[in-house]
Design a protein. Structure first.
Lengths: 147, 147
């Protein structure tokens, strides 16, 4: 079996998608992440949900857990407003690293090694750069476990 | 709203659970991770799915993607057999780090900051050390987004 046999359709966003809209997709569909497309429609990277949280939470709360504790409950409840009008572009880490993107002919073992190295439970699968779909950790493990 | 108001029941494993059984729970229920309990029944940490993959994949495939490519398809399909009889104990990273465990009175902002810092889409919520349940990134974002 190859990656292309395991892909499913997966919601995509672009660099200009509002981060709040990306969060809504993640929350409503219970997704492990979103596929981010470049302007040319080719996958650029995977956006994990925790990265969207990182943009929503004030920097001082990330640096010091005790400071998050002093924010009153009403404001704490509405922390997702912290995303404001910012976009997916601003949620992406600046440092380049190995991307959770695989070719359609990747084997299940290659997908597993890629997820393990990138700590990403979602891989975008491409054919000559064009998106075929996504493979989740759930689908990958389910396929490889003895039935 | 506090963490205890947002928890849901969540499957747990112990250090002695077979890693293959943990993988089956992850795959069959589509979970972002599992709550690992100590022998005294108190939460020890969260086990992310990618960490189980890390144990299933041979070390040389993690170190060098090109080596994963030369494994034939039949063996690549069955990569989860690499877990063998190993247990959850062997999947956990050795280095101590901040744990995705929160008190029941943590606010949504505190949960968000904790998920962002630990890169974990699942937090175990405790009351005086005893497990109340889990909060997923999905539940957290869904609660804080404007309806």
């Amino acid at each position: 079996m190859r990656a292309r046999d395991l892909v499913s359709d997966f919601p995509t966003v672009t660099l200009d998608t509002r981060a709040a809209d990306a969060a809504r997709l993640l929350a409503e569909h219970g997704l492990p992440g979103l596929i981010v497309l470049n302007d040319d429609g080719r996958p650029r990277t995977i956006l994990p949900g925790t990265q969207v949280l990182r943009l929503a939470v004030p920097r001082y709360c990330l640096d010091d857990p005790a400071l998050a504790r002093v924010v009153d409950e009403e404001h704490a409840d509405a922390f997702m407003r912290g995303l404001g009008e910012r976009t997916v572009r601003e949620t992406l880490p600046e440092q380049p690293r190995e991307l959770p993107i695989a070719d359609g002919d990747a084997t299940l073992l290659e997908l597993a090694a890629l997820m393990a190295r990138t700590h990403s439970p979602l891989v975008a699968v491409v054919d000559d750069g064009a998106l075929l779909g996504g493979v989740t950790l759930q689908a990958l493990m389910g396929q490889s476990l003895p039935h």
